[in-house]
Ligand binder design. Structure first.
Ligand code: SF4
Length: 289
């Protein structure tokens, strides 16, 4: 039985960078507190917890002497200021792709223009970006919501980094129709999610079973499962190697493997090793039969 890994899988650039920044702070002996879970992966959070990393929900929980970490989603300028006031050190792990959106919004607001941000208003990334232009911004989920906005002045249209391109383009068209002056459209969608889905899709038709490693509450992992199921009925979302049922692999010659953007490499390695062990046990069993 062969285990084939998708061309793109696991940690995206922003999450990998954030985890590395936390590791560096730990190596310097810091007491690390992250504002919100650093990543949506219980196993990686448990590993970090063994090094003393704890999650806080508000800047007020930071004690003097501690290091506060801003995760890849970023925060509002006010929250960042609160953290800087309370913590001895702030590690800003905002993904540079998110920083770009924040800066674009702030600049447009400084020019007294409207900003339309396409995304989920409850997502932490959106709350952070909105905070850079609170007087000038509107967050909309889709093109229909643009009709409810006032007439827009020289608007800038940007997006949450993980939304679908079609939705973004539809909103951009609706904004143009509801704007005075020039509409600036900047596609700020990050390709990490799409690249992982494309790679999974390319592999799904060639395997007999597919394992997607990721947290059950990770939306990008669940989307990967949906993509794999289109071509491979035996597609399973698992968090650890203990969830692999060897019976599901009976008769499988090729098994696919991929992982959501919050899944650490050590976990992927553990699962690959377990699949290979099951595969070689089954090969031996068949040889004896
Ligand atoms: S998905 Fe993209 S924007 Fe979000 S953290 Fe990863 S690399 Fe950055």
């Amino acid at each position: 039985m062969q285990v084939l890994i998708a061309d793109e899988y696991g940690f995206c650039f922003g999450v990998e960078r954030a985890v590395e920044m936390v590791e560096e702070a730990l190596a310097e002996g810091d007491t690390v507190r992250t504002l919100g879970p650093l990543i949506h992966n219980d196993q990686e959070m448990a590993r970090l917890a063994t090094h003393g990393v704890a999650t806080i929900t508000a800047p007020v929980q930071i004690q003097r002497g501690e290091t506060a970490v801003i995760r890849a989603h970023g925060v509002t300028p006010q929250i960042e200021a609160d953290l800087r006031e309370k913590a001895s050190k702030v590690v800003d792990a905002t993904c540079p792709f998110v920083t770009k959106v924040q800066k674009l919004a702030a600049r447009a607001a400084a020019q007294n223009r409207h900003v339309v941000i396409v995304g989920n208003p409850e997502h932490p990334e959106m709350i952070g970006v909105f905070g850079y232009a609170p007087e000038h911004s509107f967050i909309v989920n889709n093109a229909e919501e643009v009709a409810k906005l006032p007439r827009l002045k020289n608007p800038l249209v940007v997006s949450q980094t993980t939304i679908k391109l079609k939705n973004f383009l539809d909103v951009a068209e609706a904004v143009k129709a509801n704007a005075d002056g020039e509409t600036q459209i900047v596609n700020t969608i990050c390709s990490a999610t799409r690249d992982r889905q494309d790679a999974a899709r390319a592999l799904a038709g060639e395997v007999d079973a597919f394992y997607i490693i990721g947290g059950r509450h990770s939306s990008n992992s669940r989307k990967l499962v949906a993509v794999c199921l289109e071509q491979c009925a035996k597609s399973f979302l698992i968090e650890t190697e203990d969830e692999i049922n060897a019976e599901d692999l009976r008769g499988a010659n090729r098994v696919g493997l991929t992982a959501g953007a919050s899944t650490p490499n050590w976990l992927i390695e553990n699962i690959k090793k377990r699949l290979e062990e099951i595969g070689s046990a089954m090969d031996k069993e068949m040889a004896l039969a």
